[in-house]
Design a protein around this ligand. Structure first.
Ligand code: XIL
Length: 460
């Protein structure tokens, strides 16, 4: 490869800038139109679930909302969100009485703007609990718990579909016992009931859930939760729903009696929800498991919705197990297709591509990786993946950080802005549905090693 200076066009400087700004605006407008259009379409997880009277949600991390592909995938596919960490006690009240809602507010306002439901997660949990809580004596702890529930629920009053009031209060294994925690150890068994009663007094419109894991099939732990819920319903303790986290892998596979277990809880007179679904694995095995979970929920009339625990494998809390529906490039995995099929939806690429007549379904994603580095420069590679329709072309803007300069490019047609920092790379040909291709470039660092900003891929 011979290094050379970036190719430039011959237009006068001002005209070039105008053209680039207009082009950028047009691309942004096209991008918005694509997500807004698709959000209404019948070929997304959310719309397919809605047609079945359910929601389809995902855990969201506020820190990723600024990433174009993340937000576009979220907005296109999901109609419910659960803040992955932002509403937990350590995030909302890290020191006593000082409440911070900034990160959670970001998620809630995004969700509201898009008409998505919000699951509140979680008010009382032994984990991600600031140290000061564990240091309190019993009566102080009771006050702190009541105040925490009250302040957090009041802040979001009217905006939360369902709250995980208490999370993971039972031990694993065969004992059916409560898990040790500051709440359990100092307040005793009654703390769960107390938490639900307090929550109900603050926001009577929100559904109040108990949420746990390893309770997905019939076993000693789920039996213990079942007995508690049954007792609550008999005595009028305000509980509306039970959440089944459903974190599955080879050690903890989808149980054969998953549906039966959901049904027995529903028969107690509560809604059931799949709250944190992820299934480690890949390919058709993972797809089959996902399809079965969705079918189980649909078979239980009180299973009101499903939430997967993240948008993309790359940000999953169990990333190495690739447990989610979208890969690290936001490509749809076989598991996605299985979920959509189980929901009765159909992929936009399937057979009848509306083409140019009925609103294009063409889409693509772009992902950056640095492939090599020397003392003065590095090579970047951008991988383009076509969505479920074939593309005749694509474009991706790449911005380097001055004083960096792109010295070489390959496998694409670059054009430049006036300053030479924004390179728009266009395809040299078409791309089959679901296929990937890549282009590359060398960046002279000139002392700055920040990775280039890779914008959204525009399909044509
Ligand atoms: C996890 C988050 O995904 C991680 O980002 C965090 O570091 C730890 O917590 N059960 C729950 C969730 O109820 O809150 C947990 O989320 C996963 C297990």
């Amino acid at each position: 490869m011979t290094e050379h200076v970036p190719r430039r066009t011959a237009e006068p400087r001002r005209l070039r800038r105008t053209v680039v700004l207009a082009l950028t605006g047009a691309l942004a407008a096209a991008g918005l139109a694509v997500s807004a259009g698709a959000a209404q379409a019948a070929d997304s997880l959310g719309s397919a679930a809605t047609a079945k009277g359910r929601y389809f949600g995902t855990a969201v991390a506020s820190g990723h909302l600024g990433e174009t592909d993340y937000a576009a995938t979220l907005d296109r596919e999901f109609n419910a969100v659960t803040p992955e960490n932002e509403m937990k006690w350590d995030a909302t009240e890290s020191s006593r009485g000082n409440f911070t809602f900034g990160a959670a507010d970001q998620i809630v306002s995004h969700a509201k703007a898009k008409g998505m439901k919000v699951r509140g997660h979680t008010l009382v949990w032994y984990s991600q609990l600031p140290g000061w809580v564990g240091g309190l004596g019993a009566s102080d702890l009771q006050n702190a718990m009541d105040n925490h529930i009250t302040q957090v629920m009041q802040h979001y009053k009217g905006q939360i579909y369902a709250w995980d009031v208490v999370n993971e209060a039972f031990q694993d294994g065969g004992s059916g016992a409560r898990r040790s925690s500051p709440f359990q150890d100092k307040l005793g068994d009654g703390y769960i009931e107390h938490a639900f009663r307090t929550a109900h007094s603050v926001d009577p419109a929100a559904k109040l859930c108990y949420n746990d894991y390893n309770t997905d099939g019939v076993n000693a732990k789920s039996n213990a939760v079942y007995a508690m819920v049954k007792d609550f319903k008999q005595r009028g303790v305000p509980i509306d729903c039970v959440g089944f986290q459903s974190h599955f892998n080879s050690q903890s596979p989808v149980p054969g009696d998953y549906q039966a277990n959901l049904q027995r809880f529903a028969d107690l007179g509560v809604d059931v929800q799949i709250t944190e679904l992820d299934i480690e694995g890949s390919g058709s095995a993972q797809a089959t498991n996902y399809g079965n979970v969705v079918k189980a929920c649909l078979a239980v009339s009180r299973c009101t919705g499903m939430t997967v625990w993240g948008v993309t494998d790359k940000y999953s809390w169990r990333s190495s197990g690739t447990p989610l529906l979208f890969d690290g490039n936001y490509g749809k995995k076989p598991a996605y297709d299985a979920v959509l099929a189980a929901l009765g939806g159909s992929s936009s690429g399937g057979g009848t591509d509306p083409g140019d007549g009925g609103g294009s379904t063409k889409s693509c994603t772009a992902t950056y990786t640095e492939t090599q580095r020397w003392g003065d420069r590095f090579n970047g590679q951008v991988t383009i993946r076509a969505g479920s329709s074939a593309l005749s072309g694509w474009k991706v803007p790449v911005t380097v950080h001055s004083p960096q300069k792109v010295s070489t490019t390959w496998s694409g047609n670059p054009s430049w802005d006036a300053g030479g920092n924004v390179m728009t790379m266009a395809s040299t040909g078409g791309l089959a549905a679901g296929a990937t291709t890549s282009f590359g470039f060398t960046v002279m660092a000139n002392g700055t090693w920040t990775a280039p900003a890779v914008g959204a891929c525009t399909a044509s």
